[in-house]
Design a protein around this ligand. Structure first.
Ligand code: FAD
Length: 466
């Protein structure tokens, strides 16, 4: 028996009684995520697979798994819904996959906050806080990814950024949105550490490389029955001008939870579901609008030459078999396209915002002229650190690596920040710098360097305690 097989055997003995399997089909499914959005990641991550899947039912079982992994020096990848786009859940060095979805309880709901376990599906959490009597009329989460229905809250905090809700409440990183993260360390004798305030950033968006998140406390606001809305415009520039003005007004004269602009060439991907609500001769804005501000929303879109083609609540949409507006935004937009043509991929960019003017729409028009049908335009509107922001998620017809990076360099030369979604490490995809605070916390929470190895450039094999 190989040394690795002996270690896995000893690990299994140590966690006896905790749900666990090495069935090949389960390991195949649970070793993957949505990295196949990127043809480059698809090639790079092919064949990477965990060796054992464990599914603890509570924090005490997580602690036993962590202790056994540390003792046997086995790599460990935590997995929630497995919906990440950058291969965050793909175990590069095999080992144990820890399925966290057994930790799915809501622990406490108060006016303005919820304490929950990390493996709960965001949809279940949203339903629970809406129904809870802590506040008359219920409460809602401040934001969720467009994968709300299949992703976990812990996976969102460890691997996500923002999403629906960002135009109203900012990104996950903004102060107060997450007020507590509780982690189990990967040591022979694991510790439970609670992080508060700014310390939360040590673990947020660290791709599960520095501690197993077991609990979180998140801010809530009074629940709103959002109106899922489609507005059509004669040109993409009109849609963007509307988006910029509406974004700046959210929180004062307007109120919205989502604001997504897509150019008319996306229409064929939506046709079978939305029909004439998004025809081929108009550019579209998908939004979730506060019902009390719908009149003003309509006024503004009239001023920008827009017209309404849909205004329905989520229950009304479901009755008609239609997707909610947030499933037409963020990375779901790309998914819509990939369902009809798997050769599409996308980029993630940020456009500079000038207060009072928004983004440089002339630049977007020049980019559209430059790329023609090679790049289709999609912009998300949001808030970040108190200011307004627009994230570009352009769809790119993939040719080869060289051409993809040429397009990335051209966007950078245009002054757009590019978060490279075709790489596996936190640093290459994000701000290009190593987050020293996250690495310092990794020395505490994962001294042997076993958690999701290969996903951070800040950790070298020599950093590990043997
Ligand atoms: P997973 O994919 O399971 O995990 C993500 C990362 O977190 C992994 O590195 C994993 O190891 C780690 N992790 C998971 N749970 C824990 C834990 N308890 N402790 C420590 N580490 C953990 N993202 C956005 O931010 N906004 C969007 O709007 C958005 N839209 C998307 C749309 C589509 C169609 C797709 C495919 C993806 C989208 N994403 C988006 C990315 C992803 O869906 C979200 O970030 C989601 O919240 C991830 O949750 P998950 O449970 O699937 O996490």
């Amino acid at each position: 028996m190989s040394d690795r097989a002996l270690r896995l055997q000893a690990f299994r003995q140590a966690i006896a009684g905790i749900a666990c399997t090495d069935a090949g089909d389960v390991l195949d499914a649970k070793s993957s995520d949505y990295h196949w959005y990127s043809p480059l990641l698809k090639e790079q991550l092919a064949g990477k697979r965990g060796e054992l899947l464990v599914r603890p039912a509570n924090e005490a079982e997580v602690i036993r798994v962590a202790a056994a992994c540390a003792k046997q020096r086995l790599p460990l990848t935590v997995r929630g819904g497995g919906t990440g786009n950058y291969g965050q859940c793909v175990p590069l060095e095999g080992g144990v996959i820890l399925d966290i979805t057994g930790l799915d309880r809501v622990l406490e709901v108060q006016p303005g906050s919820v304490l929950c376990e990390a493996g709960i599906l965001i949809l279940a959490l949203e339903r629970a806080v809406r129904a809870h009597p802590a506040m008359p009329g219920g409460q809602e989460l401040l934001m969720y990814p467009s994968t709300r229905d299949i992703a976990t809250i812990g996976g969102f905090i460890a691997g996500g950024y923002g999403g629906a809700g960002t135009v109203r409440n900012g990104i996950l990183k903004d102060p107060g949105n997450v007020s507590l993260i509780r982690v189990v360390t990967l040591e022979e004798t694991p510790r439970v550490i609670e992080l508060h305030g700014a310390d939360i950033q040590k673990v947020h968006h660290a791709y599960g490389t520095n501690g197993i998140i077991t609990q979180l406390r998140l801010a809530l606001k009074p629940a709103v029955e959002w109106v899922h809305h489609i507005a059509l415009f004669p040109g993409y520039a009109d849609a963007l001008r509307f988006g910029c003005e509406a974004t700046e007004a959210v929180g004062t004269s307007l109120d919205a939870f989502l604001l997504t602009a897509v150019d008319r060439r996306f229409s064929p991907f939506y046709r079978s579901e939305f029909g004439d609500r998004f025809p081929a001769d108009a550019d579209a804005v998908f939004s979730m609008v506060h019902p009390a501000r719908l009149g003003r929303w309509r006024e503004l879109l009239g001023r920008h030459g827009g017209r309404e083609s849909m205004a329905l609540t989520e229950p009304q949409l479901r009755d008609q078999g239609l997707s909610p507006a947030f499933e037409c935004g963020w990375n779901h937009t790309t998914l819509m396209a990939l369902r009809s043509d798997p050769t599409w991929t996308n980029l993630q960019t940020v456009h500079a915002w000038t207060p009072g003017r928004g983004i440089d729409i002339d630049l977007v028009e020049r980019q559209m002229a430059r790329y023609g049908d090679e790049v289709l335009m999609h912009h998300e509107f949001g808030r970040n650190a108190g200011g307004c922001v627009s994230f570009g998620l352009p769809l790119v017809s993939y040719f080869d690596r060289e051409r993809l990076y040429e397009i990335i360099r051209e966007h950078e030369a245009d002054g757009c920040l590019v978060f490279d979604n075709h790489v596996v490490t936190i640093e290459d995809g994000g701000m290009k710098t190593i987050d020293d605070a996250q690495i310092a916390f990794k020395r505490i929470a994962d001294p042997h360097g076993l958690m999701n190895p290969g996903k951070t450039r800040g950790w070298l094999p020599s950093s590990a305690v043997p």
